[in-house]
Design a binder for this molecule. Structure first.
Ligand code: B12
Ligand code: SF4
Ligand code: SF4
Length: 401
């Protein structure tokens, strides 16, 4: 089969754009230069995401994912919100303000698969598609395809859509003439794009990360990343990272928001996304006092739902503990009626049936009310039997003397 090129290749690109993808690029699968995935995992930067370690070989070798694969169709979905309130708020990672994109983008991928089958007379085993969860280096292949380049924040950055593309991949046995990677300057001629290619001397993302998670350009220590801690970590969030979380309750876009390459980005078309911006209106007390039925209703079909109520309450306790430094969620002074409601909600959470929530509630109460917390937590503490929560009390005992 001759490699797809010219008018036919452009027709395929256009058909995929018509399905709702905002950018469509093609790459072959020839190995690229430095790929630090192994080194990253060996350094422990993957935190407890062992599924990354277990799929290293596949991630480095697409042939193990689809035998005979020779091309990747890289698909980008612009998720920059269309309303200023949703785009500018800092509390929720922007991607979480939609129905779970894994589900909605998958619909587009299924249609794309049907299109490939029809156009190239393929069977369902001649291609594979993934959005996020498959064993493919989505940012690397997207960079190779020229959709953008990998910035010092690790993100695939597009000249058109800035940091706001979600990525999906179709591996196929159909040979397609690859698109060219982005160029640093006109006349540049390099085969594969390099990390930080169009970042120049800028290092804002590295400098602005509140938890110093970007250990070197493009390389992130997930253990220190607010995104990992608030979304993926299923246990206690390390105490030293809690202040840096600030008012972020689910995910983190700081190193994305700060990037000057967002200046050309426009809101997405949302063909493959279903917006749920109403989440932005939730107040901190709504969350601290949330019951399971309200949680299910508020986050139905959203990525936040995967956090479960206990994860959201844990994160909300941290946000509450940061209220003195970050006024973002404040609705009054801490010595007002509102402040007393926050205090009472946190005291209730210090006895929450989920042990994982409790140390964070204790932390927040001590942070906000100092030694006074020892008095109003005395009874709750006596009933405590969870070692991590008791450790939290002891840490404050030591700090308060
Ligand atoms: C694990 C993971 C995380 C972890 C670790 C993040 C990290 N930096 O590695 C955590 C939970 C922290 C995380 C956070 C976020 N994530 Co995430 N995450 C992933 C996931 C599942 C794997 C990433 C991975 O393999 N990391 C390991 C490192 C070493 O690999 P890497 O960053 O891809 O970069 C290496 C390769 O690209 C390689 N390389 C370089 N050039 C080339 C060229 C080729 C051809 C190849 C093959 C390789 C290659 O070298 C790089 C350095 O080693 C991907 C989905 C996927 N399947 O790829 C989504 C993904 C990267 N996440 C995404 C998003 C949106 C986020 C958040 C913004 C969510 C949020 N708001 O909180 C943050 C951003 C944090 C950040 N600055 O990176 C998007 C990024 C979209 C984009 N435009 O880049 C992805 C692609 C999901 C998707 N399908 O859209 N994420
Ligand atoms: S997502 Fe947030 S915590 Fe993670 S590297 Fe970027 S700025 Fe730092
Ligand atoms: S903030 Fe600067 S260094 Fe970071 S990714 Fe954007 S351009 Fe590159």
């Amino acid at each position: 089969m001759n490699a797809l090129d010219g008018v036919e290749k452009e027709a395929l690109r256009e058909a995929l754009i018509n399905l709702g993808f905002d950018d469509v690029r093609f790459t072959d699968l020839s190995p690229i230069g430095p790929n630090r995935l192994k080194e990253w995992v060996e350094s422990g930067y993957h935190a407890d995401m062992e599924w990354l370690r277990n799929s290293i070989e596949k991630r480095l070798n697409p042939d193990l994912v689809l035998e005979g694969a020779c091309s990747a169709i890289m698909l980008g979905v612009n998720y920059l919100p269309s309303e200023a309130g949703a785009a500018e708020q800092k509390r929720w990672g922007k991607y979480s303000l939609y129905q779970d994109y894994h589900d909605t983008v998958l619909k587009g991928l299924k249609e794309a698969g049907a299109l490939l089958e029809e156009q190239f007379n393929l069977g369902p085993r001649d291609y594979r598609y993934y959005v996020d969860t498959g064993p493919v280096m989505e940012r690397g292949w997207a960079a190779a395809s020229g959709m953008g380049w990998q910035g010092k924040n690790g993100m695939l950055i597009s000249k058109t859509h800035g940091n706001w593309l979600l990525l999906a991949t179709m591996l196929t046995r159909v040979p397609i003439v690859p698109d060219a990677p982005v160029k640093k300057r006109s006349g540049d001629d390099f085969a594969r794009v390099e990390l930080g290619a169009l970042c120049g001397k800028c290092r804002r993302c590295i400098d602005e990360c509140p938890t110093d998670a970007i250990v070197e350009p493009g390389l992130l220590d997930a253990n220190r990343c607010i995104s990992y801690q608030t979304i993926e970590n299923k246990g206690v969030i390390p105490r030293d990272l809690r202040p840096g979380i600030g008012s972020r309750i689910f995910g983190c876009d700081i190193c994305l928001d700060i990037c000057p390459w967002n200046r050309f980005a426009k809101a997405g078309r949302q063909v493959l996304l279903a917006k749920r911006y109403s989440v932005v209106e939730l107040r901190l007390l709504d969350i601290l006092e949330m019951e399971i039925d309200q949680f299910r209703e508020a986050f139905r079909k959203m990525p936040i739902k995967r956090l479960k109520l206990r994860g959201l309450l844990r994160n909300a306790c941290i946000v509450a503990g940061n209220l003195r430094e970050e006024s973002d969620w404040s609705e009054g002074r801490l010595d007002s009626d509102w402040g007393r409601r926050v205090m009472n909600a946190l005291i209730r959470l210090a006895r929450n049936e989920e042990a994982m929530v409790r140390p964070h509630a204790v932390w927040a109460l001590f942070r906000l009310w100092g030694a006074e917390a020892q008095v109003f937590l005395a009874e709750v503490r006596e009933l405590e039997d969870d070692e991590e929560t008791l450790e939290e009390y002891r840490w404050w005992d030591d700090g308060l003397v």
